[in-house]
Write a protein that binds this ligand. Structure first.
Ligand SMILES: CC(=O)SCCNC(=O)CCNC(=O)[C@H](O)C(C)(C)COP(=O)(O)OP(=O)(O)OC[C@H]1O[C@@H](n2cnc3c(N)ncnc32)[C@H](O)[C@@H]1OP(=O)(O)O
Ligand SMILES: CC(C)C(=O)C(=O)O
Ligand SMILES: [Mg+2]
Length: 519
């Protein structure tokens, strides 16, 4: 447990600034799911929305306030009485509740946007804080566009805000204009010149227009003395986004020797939270994204793979498990070496008689990798299978489909499993899903579908469809392919092909593998 002095508060704004990402609008149900996950992750504050923005946002903050118990629930409000009252009403049910009121303080914004004098801006801020006090004693005040504001004006407005009752002072780099050393010094200068600065927690809110949001936030903490960082999952936010929560948290944790600050975040929930936000918003996570990208703990080059196999820390500064991945990953390709190849062969349970046999297969592997971008487990298997081709044990027989607009599609798939005929029938979200569910109703493999793609093998409406599915079970990943003029039949064939490959991996690992059909 960390003490108040050395604790760094994590203020999550995925549901407010995150939703300002063009295209990232979230339904109230989605927001509630994300809020619960953020609470589980352990964030100190959840900025649940902007109550005055719409009746939907108001209701969604109310709903979140009713269920969240361990994080503070916060609503944003402009510095006007009606926004502040709406925010206060929306968060009323939360045991820990905060009103976050803001007004722009840069000459540009005050003159061109607000059309207010600096004195009017100060009195608006003070009035908003005064009204907020009717609803809570946890009040945050933000000087929007602070990094382009004049320090002398900021001293005055911040002093007035704290005097009126603001308990957190947030310094936003609203347009991502700051650079790290300058921003840290800027926050420190404000803290040193505001006479009552010690009566509030100082916070930073950095945007990523120049890709500096995490660096600026950390500088605000280490050089400026801020003790709250405003951030969002996957760095979601207005324009180029906000400081990414997963990055800033792991920076502080991994370099605790330098930061010496406590963050009470359950880091094993970072990847699940990132995946949830990505699936709700439809914003994919780039593979090379720090911490939560699929490549963040993947090693593709032989020298690195060899190092990691010998001693993980040679090329990893965090563990994959600590941020919520199942494990790190060795990706086999043309840059891989013998070490990683040998390890994968063993993991797949492929029997080998000698090092020479592995060397021989490795030479063929390099040749294949020169021609194929990604090498999957079944490609490795096939290097050894070439001499010992086994018949397909699971094979497609026929498919019946019932699809009609407005009705749930139903599929019936007949297939052979080690000599037994199996017939599976199921409904699904679409015809392809119904087909896969029908197979799973018999096969019960528990496989997760990682990829589904269709290509036309020939031109024209009668084109043969080639389907690829990628399945994962217990860390094993295989691809299955199927082709047929009927893309649904091609999909069923591809799924069954992948199940075949999974079964072969099991057979190799455990020769006693039971072929009895599932009842
Ligand atoms: C930096 C940030 O991220 S700030 C948060 C940004 N988020 C959002 O804007 C999302 C939610 N916003 C909305 O739904 C709408 O903009 C509303 C409901 C808040 C306001 O809608 P409208 O009343 O139609 O106003 P509109 O959005 O066109 O203009 C904003 C008005 O607020 C004023 N304003 C802007 N910021 C502030 C502030 N912090 N305090 C007081 N007034 C402000 C503007 O000067 C403008 O006033 P004007 O209409 O008198 O010129
Ligand atoms: C409302 C404030 C904190 C904001 O989002 C910004 O200035 O970027
Ligand atoms: Mg912002």
């Amino acid at each position: 447990m960390t003490t108040a002095r050395d604790k760094l508060f994590i203020f999550d704004t995925t549901l407010r600034d995150g939703e300002q990402s063009p295209g990232a609008s979230m339904s109230p149900q989605d927001k509630l799911r994300i809020a619960k996950q953020l609470e589980f992750l352990g964030v100190d504050v959840i900025e649940a929305g902007f109550a005055a923005a719409s009746p939907g946002d108001f209701e969604s903050i109310c709903a979140i306030s009713k269920v969240i118990r361990n994080s503070t629930v916060c609503s944003l409000a402009r510095a006007n009485p009606s926004d502040v009252r709406k925010a206060g009403e929306a968060i009323a049910a939360a045991p820990r509740r905060r009103i976050h009121t803001f007004i722009a303080t840069s000459p540009l914004h005050m003159e061109k946007k607000l059309n207010m004098t600096p004195e009017q801006v100060i009195s608006r801020a003070v009035e908003a804080i005064c009204i907020a006090k009717e609803y809570t004693d946890d009040i945050e005040f933000s000087c929007e566009d602070a990094s382009r504001s004049q320090p002398e004006f900021l001293y005055r407005i911040i002093e007035a805000a704290i005097r009126e009752g603001a308990t957190t002072i947030n310094i936003p780099d609203t347009v991502g204009y700051a650079v790290p050393s300058e921003f840290g010094a800027f926050v420190r200068d404000l803290r040193e010149h505001v006479y009552n600065s010690d009566q509030a927690v100082w916070s930073v809110h950095c945007h990523n227009d120049l890709g500096l949001a995490v660096a600026n936030s950390l500088s605000g903490v280490i050089h400026g003395g801020a003790r709250q960082i405003e951030c969002s999952i996957n760095g979601l936010g207005e324009r180029a986004g906000n400081c990414a929560l997963e990055e800033v948290v792991m920076a502080v944790k991994t370099r605790n020797d330098f930061f010496k600050l406590g963050v009470d975040i359950n880091t094993r929930q970072l990847v699940p939270t990132s995946k949830l936000v990505s699936s709700v918003t439809g914003f994919p996570i780039q593979p090379n994204k720090a911490v939560v990208g699929s490549n963040a703990f993947s090693h593709a080059s032989g020298i690195h793979q060899d190092g990691v196999i010998k001693h993980r820390e040679t090329y990893e500064i965090m563990t994959a498990e600590d941020v919520g991945w199942t494990s790190n990953r060795m990706v086999l390709g043309k840059l891989s070496g013998r070490s990683a190849f040998r390890q994968r062969v063993r993991e797949l349970g492929i029997p080998t008689k000698s090092e020479a046999e592995i060397d021989d297969a490795f030479a063929r592997f390099k040749d294949l990798a020169d021609r194929k971008v990604q090498i999957f487990d079944e490609d490795i298997q096939s290097l050894f299978d070439a001499k010992n081709i086994q018949p397909q044990e699971i094979s497609f027989v026929s498919l019946k489909q019932e699809s009609q607009t407005g009705k749930t599609p139903v599929a019936e798939v007949t297939y052979m499993d080690h000599g037994e005929q199996r017939v599976g029938r199921a409904e699904g979200n679409g015809p392809v899903d119904a087909t896969f569910q029908a197979i799973e109703s018999c096969a019960k493999s528990g496989a997760e579908l990682l990829l589904f793609s269709i290509n036309a093998l020939t031109k024209g409406a009668e084109a043969q469809g080639e389907v690829t599915v990628r399945l994962s079970v217990g860390g094993r990943v295989v691809n299955g392919n199927g082709s047929d003029p009927d893309v649904l039949a091609a999909s069923a064939k591809a799924y069954l092909d992948a199940l075949n490959k999974l079964a072969k991996v099991e057979e190799r690992k455990n020769p006693q593998f039971d072929h009895e059909p599932t009842p």
